[in-house]
Structures are given as structure tokens and as C-alpha cells.
Design a protein around this ligand. Sequence first.
Ligand SMILES: Nc1ncnc2c1ncn2[C@@H]1O[C@H](COP(=O)(O)OP(=O)(O)OP(=O)(O)O)[C@@H](O)[C@H]1O
Length: 605
Amino acid sequence: MAFSHAYLNASSIKTRLNVDSPSFTPSALAVNGSSQPVKSLGLSPKAANAAPFRPKSSAAVSSIPASAVKAKPYNPSTPDWIGQPDVPEFVPQNYNASQSLKADRRLNFPHSNPLIEQFAPDSPALNSLDHTAQPAQINPYAQETNGFGASPYFQGTTSYSQPLQHHLYAPQGPYRDMQANQRMAKDFFIDENLRRFMQKRSEATLKTFSNVPLPDVEQFHTLVNLDFSDSKSERLLGYPSWLYKAVSGSDGNYYCLRRLEGFKSTNQTHHDVISVQQNWRRVRNGNVVSVHLAFTNSRFNGPSLFFVTDYHPCSETLAQKHFGGPSRNSRPHSAPPITEQLMWSYLVQIANALRAIHDAGLAAKVIDASKVILTGENHLRLNGCAVLDVVNGQDGTSITQHQTRDLYLFGALLLALGTNNASTTTLRGSQPKALEMFRRNYTPRLCSSLGWLLDHGSSNTEPISIFLPTIAAEVFTNFDAMSHAQDNLYSVLNQELENGRAFRNMAKINIILDRPEYEHEAAWSRHGSRYILLLARDHIFHQVDANGRAVENLAHILGCLNRLDAGIDERITLTSRDNSTVCIVTWKEIKGCLESAWSDLFGRR
Ligand SMILES: Nc1ncnc2c1ncn2[C@@H]1O[C@H](COP(=O)(O)OP(=O)(O)OP(=O)(O)O)[C@@H](O)[C@H]1O
């Protein structure tokens, strides 16, 4: 039933809602889910000596004898405010009106939200948002019982219909190994390192250099150079190559454009370009940079061949990470070798990439430290695939031979990484010495895998499918690490989901209240639903302590915003700043006010 707030007309509030007034009576207030109008709970003269009203829902419910509640099967389609009609009305005892009025906007914590109690106003951790301070130890879940001895979340084995408490945070694992009293304000938000990482990626995506305008090519505009190496080698791709970030005019997304400078197209090129597009579209693998398009274009002072691939902001090549620059400059031999664990991680990921490429009947052809990029924490992707398919065209070499060579290049890359020597990828003569060094640094298992791969430079022609079962143990280790990483991300995502709900309500409240265009219309903000919102905003954000000092309590704000978002039946006391107006409303009613004020504002157009 709709909540009528005709009684909230500012002029009438002062006269109708005072200590002597009979009660606050919404026209259709639902108590404990009852759809029947119930007796109001206002400040009747009889209740003047009653104890302060504490809308602690769990406490109220726990006083109800279990026999008074009819068992009801859980029905997920039932709105969550429909509760037990037989529950007796809560009658406050020993109510002290003067005490209540004095309490006005002071922080009281009648809520059953464990977060709020955990981060009580006196808690140094939240009052100051100090990440190092620790609140006093309490059991945050002590109040979670609902009087029926069952957890509100544990609906499977109880016959009572318990509405889900959407206003409570539902923390999701994995949990850090810490006590409840060690939780801090920052635990409500995204992990700081992850936030920085994501922001750096956004920044890199949006960054442009306006002083070096580059021409648009095909549908791609706003080209930004990504390749800052001084010398342009033709060693790998046959042509000097440049890399750009660009925005596609057709879908507005960011892509990476590789330009091969000076490539002259032939009759065969058109055919190769089409088949590259068709073939490489089939390879969508987490360890391969996806290839979307290839075309020739002359906008860069001469003919060029372009490849369009996914753009992975903030990536760096293996050469940049482990050789301190392009693959040609190896690190000094004294640098500590890459750990065995990281070597296995690289090995498993490259094997996964090659498995996908070879299964699609293709070959990577380019496996080099400068053409393998790391995106995120050790997430590796083969880059530059498909380029040689067009550059070399049909060179008479069978795809099986190319695949065999892929496996050799794979082994040579691991050897280079394991010996800090980029040249071993190309110089076969230096391999025996390098292999000796590799054996000193790594376990026989890794050495034997490397040996199998390097054999593809001579006698071995076995496909990658033979190799995969031999590294199954390491594949599972990697799989496990990725599953943990995924759990962590889901946990962060869940937090952000909760914060997103809170943000939307904060935005709405701020859009509605204190609008400059209604500055001179006092009636606008002090009328009806907007007046309740005004009081609710004070309750949420402008709490003061017993000495009238501002309180900064994040848990209170989040708890209130979540209650508002869920529109629960819990009652709160709202008091105007001059104490002339006191009213008791439920969050459900405040939510109704928010929605109605919102439609008032945008319905006026
Ligand atoms: N798909 C991509 N998305 C985002 N950045 C990329 C992508 N591919 C490569 N990069 C980055 O662009 C830079 C240049 O890459 P490139 O492949 O040209 O390597 P390079 O070392 O400059 O090799 P070369 O000497 O052959 O030009 C590197 O920092 C790399 O991390």
C-alpha cells in the first residue's frame, strides 16, 4: 500500500507532531509485514514514561513466542516485507519522551547490522577512517539469530518464511586470516593495489599525445604511438614495425594497430589478408592476443601493412621485463634467474597458447621475448601472430613444419629466460653452454621439458599434444592459482556491487535536495517526501556525538544507505535540526519518499 505523507506538510508538522500529539499515524503503515493498518507507535501521553524505543528488529522478534508464529513455506516471489500477520504488535515499555527528544540527531545504534555495531561510534578505526586503528573486539554475528533460532540466510532447513536481509553486507570469501576486531574501514572497498592497477589501465587507455597527430587509417582514429624503441629491427617480422593504440570509429573501442612500414602489396596479398582474418578469428585464447583485421594502407607516407589486435593497456614485453629492454639487450648474467615457479607458469601459458593455435591448424611463427606481452600479474599473451602469414605468404613450408618450429622457438625462449641471455633464442651455437647453466638453475623435470622442446630444432617432430600430458601437474598448479585469483576478484566485485547500490542512493538524494532552482521556494524542500528526505539525510550523514561534535562513521552511513536501498521495515526516529519535528518512519517509507521526490523532480519536465 502506498505511504501517504500528507501529514508532512511543513506547516502542519510543527503543530501535529509534538510530545502531546497522539501519535504518528501513516495512513497505511505496515508493521512486521502486516498488511493491516495497526495501532500507531507515537508518543502517547500514556507512553511518556516508557523506555526509549529501540527498533532492534531481532530483539523485537525474539520476544515473540514461537507458538505465535505460523510456519510458512518459503516463497521466493513473496515481497520481502510480507511477514507474519500473527506477530503481536511491539509495545514499547517505560518510554521516556524527553530523553528521546534530547537524543534527536545523536548517534544511537539500534540497528541489528553487525557492521554498525562492530564499528561503533567510539571505534577509532572508523571515526577517523584510520586504517591502522583497531576497534574493540565484538562478535559481529551475535545478533544474526532472528528469535527463531535460525540464521536469516539459512532458509533451506527451516519452515519459517524469513525475508532476506538485503540491507546487510553479505561478505564473500576468500577471507583474510584475521580476527573480527582487526577489520578496517578499507575492508569495505576495493583492494588498494587492484584499484591502482585498474586506474593505471584506464589512464593508459585514455592517454593521448596531442602534439604528434597521426593520420587516421580506415575506421581507426586518434592513433597513439606505443612503440618507443629507438631502433627498428626487421629481424622478426621482415619489416620495421610500429605499434599504435587507436579508437575504432565503428564500435568506439580501443585496438592495437601494428604497422609494417614499406610493405608493398601484391596480387596474393589480398587473398592472404582475407584468409588471415578468417583463420585467426577462430583463435580466441586467454594466452594469445586476438587478431581482428588486416589491411594495407598508404596514409603513412608510403605503403604499409596493418594488423588490428586487441589492446591490452599497461602491458610490457617479456624482453622489457626480464632483459631490461628490447630482446637484443640481454641482462647481465649476474642477475638472479627467474624462479622455477615463474618458469613453469610461463611454460604452461605458452603451451596453452600453442595448443589453441595448432588445434586451429595454424602456427604462431613468431615466438620471441619481444613479441610476448605480460598483461596484469604474470598473465602472458603471444603477440605478433598472423603477421608472417601475410608477410611470407605461401612459402612452400607445410603447416606441420611451422608448428614443429614453433615448439623449437618455445624451447629457445625458455632457455633465454632461464639464462638471462636473449641471444640464445637465435644463436644455436651458444646453446650447449646455456643448457649447462639452465641445468644448474632448474629441476630435472623442467630441464627435460626444455630438452623435448629444443629437440624440435633437429630430430623431434612430435606435436604439442604429446607434450601436454607431461606437464599436467604444473597445469593443475596454474589452474589452482587462477581459481584463487578468480575467487578474490569475485569477492572484490561483490563489495563494489554493494558500494554501487549505496552510491546510486547518495546520488539521488543529492540530486533531489538543496536544488538551486528551488532556492527561493522554501516549500519545495520542506514539503512532503522531500522533507522526510531532508531529515533522513541529516540522520545518515550529519550525525553528532553527545557533545554535538560531528561524527564520521562510515559503517553507519553504509548501513543506512543499504537499509534505504533494501527498503526494510525497520523504524528510525528522524528529528529536525531545531528539534521541532520528530517522526518515526521506516526505511521502506523513506525509500518511497525518495522515489516519489525523484519522480516529482523529473516528472515536472
Ligand atoms: N596488444 C597490445 N596492447 C597494448 N600494448 C601492446 C600490445 N602489443 C604490444 N604492446 C606494447 O607495445 C610496446 C611495443 O611492442 P612491440 O611488439 O613493437 O615490441 P618492441 O620491443 O618494440 O619490438 P620491435 O623492436 O620489433 O618493435 C611494448 O611495450 C608492448 O608491451
